[in-house]
Design a protein. Structure first.
Length: 216
């Protein structure tokens, strides 16, 4: 029998999200909001379609107090819950995990425009029924995916989170998983995501963005 997963995605208020991407969007606040929403939309779209044999995503829950973000992901097919703790990323993820409908839950970064459904499905299949696992980001220090099966998610996101999750008992998942590892915090990160191929929402914004030249 396939393991059904719930995926929890945090989405900050647009005014305070992804500030390190502001060199691409300043002083246009509308463009910045559009970029943050595009990253979120491509992430949620991939998560909703993720499946791999014995693993299938049955529920995507976005934790947000931003009305535009909530309307967008609801239209895509996700559920939303308000960020009632209003205590930062980890509190939001723990709150979202309590609202899921399955025993297997995964916290997923909201800024993965190159994520492929097959990658997320493969990671969830590899997680299986392990109590806790993680996928580190491209730099190897952060976390883009944290899973728990039948227990506490115990999120510890933030700088150096991969080491904290491992210290807390999470098993690192191996494999390239390039789109799953490629979160976007800076303009250079977005260029790297473009190398992998981004989803349609982010791709639609590219003509409006002054992207830096690719690194050799």
């Amino acid at each position: 029998m396939a393991v059904e997963w719930s995926v929890v995605v945090p989405a900050k208020r647009l005014a305070v999200a992804k500030t390190r991407l502001s060199p691409l969007t300043a002083p246009d606040g509308d463009l910045h909001a559009d970029l943050v929403l595009a990253l979120l939309a491509d992430t949620v779209t991939a998560a909703l379609a993720a499946a791999d044999g014995d693993a299938v995503v049955a529920d995507v829950v976005v934790v947000t107090d931003d009305p535009r973000a909530a309307a967008l992901v609801t239209a895509l097919g996700a559920r939303t819950v308000p960020d009632e703790p209003d205590g930062g990323l980890n509190a939001a993820l723990a709150h979202g995990a309590r609202a899921v409908r399955t025993a297997a839950v995964a916290a997923l970064s909201s800024d993965l425009p190159a994520l492929r459904p097959a990658e997320l499905g493969a990671a969830l299949r590899a997680a299986g029924d392990s109590p806790r696992t993680l996928v580190a980001d491209a730099a190897g220090t952060g976390t883009t995916l944290l899973t728990a099966c039948g227990g506490d998610l115990a999120p510890r996101f933030g700088p150096g989170s991969a080491a904290r999750h491992v210290a807390g008992g999470a098993l690192p998942l191996t494999g390239e998983l390039p789109g799953l590892r490629r979160d976007v915090d800076t303009p250079a990160d977005l260029v790297e995501a473009l190398r992998l191929g981004v989803g349609r929402h982010t791709a639609a914004l590219l003509p409006r963005l002054p992207l830096p030249a690719p690194r050799c």
